[in-house]
Every structure is written in C-alpha cells, then in structure tokens.
Design a protein around this ligand. Structure first.
Ligand code: IMP
Ligand code: MG
Length: 176
C-alpha cells in the first residue's frame, strides 16, 4: 500500500524557484561549464534547471552520474559507491553539480571530491532541497532551492523505495 502524501512544495512554487535559481547561477557560469546531474533522484530537477539556464542563453554540456548508497527505506548508510561514472572528461572544466537533497552531506561531498579528483577545475554545487538539521559532514551547497525541515520527502524525482518519483510536486510521507 502506498502511504499518504502531503504536499510541501507545489508545482508552481518549484517552477518559480527554479527560474530564480537559474538567474542566481547564470552569472557564475563560464562558457565551458559541464552540468552534472546525480541520478536518479535529481533527474527531474536537473532537467528543469538545465532548461531554465538555457532560457537565459547559457550554453551547457550535460553529463550524469549514478551513485548509490546502501540500504533502502528512509535511512542512508553513509557508504556511497559510483555505479555509473561521467562519460565526459571534466579535466580543467568548471562543473555545476546538481543533486536533489542535501541531507547528511555525504553524497554531495563524495561526488564533488570525485569530480575534483578527476581534474575538474572548479565545482559549484546546487541542490533542490537542503535539510541543514541532518548534516553529518561539513558540506554546504553553493545554490539551494528550498531549505526544508527534517521530513522525509518524495516527488519531483525523489523516491521512497522507488515510489513517488513521478509526482510533479514535493510532498512528505504523512505519519499514519
Ligand atoms: P546524504 O548523502 O545523506 O546528503 O543524502 C543525500 C541523498 O539521500 C539524496 O540524494 C537522496 O537520494 C537521499 N535522501 C535524503 N533525504 C531524503 C528524503 O527525504 N527523501 C528521499 N530521499 C532522501
Ligand atoms: Mg540521491
């Protein structure tokens, strides 16, 4: 049975914020920027942010990485592996790293270190959602869509055991 979902961020709120985010990010981007979206959770956000930046006339090269942290459900284990690496060499390039949620910080820290290890000259980070109360490692994103309280959220690409990614809004699992 699918648990009930309560809307936290509506489609309209997310659309408006992504357009603003693009305005904030665009002036910081170089001509050769490589936008790297972390799969699977950030695929919807990455797609919308890409088009918002493109509407502002920013040329982008796109790539993707699949990371996985062990464990399912609402608990992350902190052990993260690369399941699919970049297909484009980031050496010497500016990278805009895009993820869905900044939670403990492990994923974004590991991914940005990985990009630097592969030779990226500069890594900017952008997340749709930030849960600062949950941080376990010192990691901040350069650009944040929304700061949210410590709730387990789904929708807009984000899942609970592979469910709810398709929802066009961000909601939270209601305690039932
Ligand atoms: P971190 O490594 O703990 O910062 O976790 C980041 C990743 O955990 C995100 O990219 C999500 O995939 C997952 N995650 C964190 N919080 C939530 C949540 O509320 N709902 C679903 N996935 C989450
Ligand atoms: Mg994720």
């Amino acid at each position: 049975m699918r648990p009930p979902i309560e809307i936290l961020l509506s489609e309209e709120m997310i659309r408006a914020r992504i357009a603003q985010l693009a305005e904030e990010i665009a002036p910081r981007l170089r001509e050769d920027v490589l936008l790297v979206t972390l799969m699977n959770g950030a695929f919807v956000f990455g797609a919308d942010l890409t088009r918002a930046l493109a509407r502002l006339g920013k040329p982008l090269t796109l790539d993707f990485m699949v990371l996985s942290s062990y464990g399912s459900g609402t608990v992350t284990s902190g052990r993260i592996t690369t399941r699919m690496d970049l297909s484009i060499d980031p050496t010497g390039r500016q990278v805009l790293l895009v993820d869905d949620i900044l939670d403990s910080g492990n994923t974004l820290l590991m991914a940005s270190n990985h990009l630097r290890d592969k030779g990226a000259a500069d890594v900017l980070t952008c997340v749709l959602l930030d849960k600062p109360a949950r941080r376990r490692v010192p990691m901040q994103a350069d650009f944040i869509g929304f700061e949210i309280p410590n709730l387990f959220v789904v929708g807009f690409g984000i899942d609970y055991d592979q469910m709810f990614r398709e929802l066009p809004f961000v909601g939270h699992l209601r305690a039932s």
